[in-house]
Write a protein that binds this ligand. Structure first.
Ligand SMILES: [Zn+2]
Length: 143
């Protein structure tokens, strides 16, 4: 019994793969997923509002505590702590208010179609930036 001889002159079996031409690259999307950004803005606005609501009561609590222990402010270490806490809360509240105002403007830009366009240079704001900061109104170079 001899192994089957392969004839060195026989043509190579033809294993040509069916050709799958690469699909042409899609044009880079220009249209933003407006609904996704609208939803993201709504979420951000809700979280800023709830932060404001909780800060509102925090500040009321701090003011209340301060009133209770306010007789000798200079020699009361609590007084300094409370003042510090209050200024922290004020800073947080201001930043949440700024955020809400920026979200408002972004929602306007979604409506008028200028969302995703830098307000300074009119260039496109990268989608990655909008995903991180949906209220962004400037491109990275114009910040
Ligand atoms: Zn710009």
């Amino acid at each position: 019994m001899s192994p089957p001889r392969t004839d060195p002159l026989a043509p190579e079996p033809h294993h040509s793969e069916p050709t799958h031409p690469e699909p042409p690259p899609l044009p880079s999307p220009v249209a933003l997923d407006v609904e996704a950004f609208r939803a993201a803005l709504a979420r951000e606005a809700a979280s800023a509002r709830s932060l404001l609501a909780s800060l509102g009561s925090d500040i009321a609590d701090i003011v209340e505590a301060r009133r209770d222990s306010n007789n000798d402010d200079e020699h009361d270490p609590e007084g300094a702590t409370l003042a510090f806490e209050r200024s922290q809360a004020d800073a947080l509240r201001r930043s949440a208010q700024d955020r809400l105002a920026a979200i408002d403007h972004a929602e306007q830009r979604l409506i008028d179609g200028s969302y995703g366009t830098c307000v300074v240079c009119s260039g496109p704001i990268p989608v990655g930036r909008l995903e991180a900061r949906p209220w962004a109104d400037r491109c990275v170079s114009c910040v």
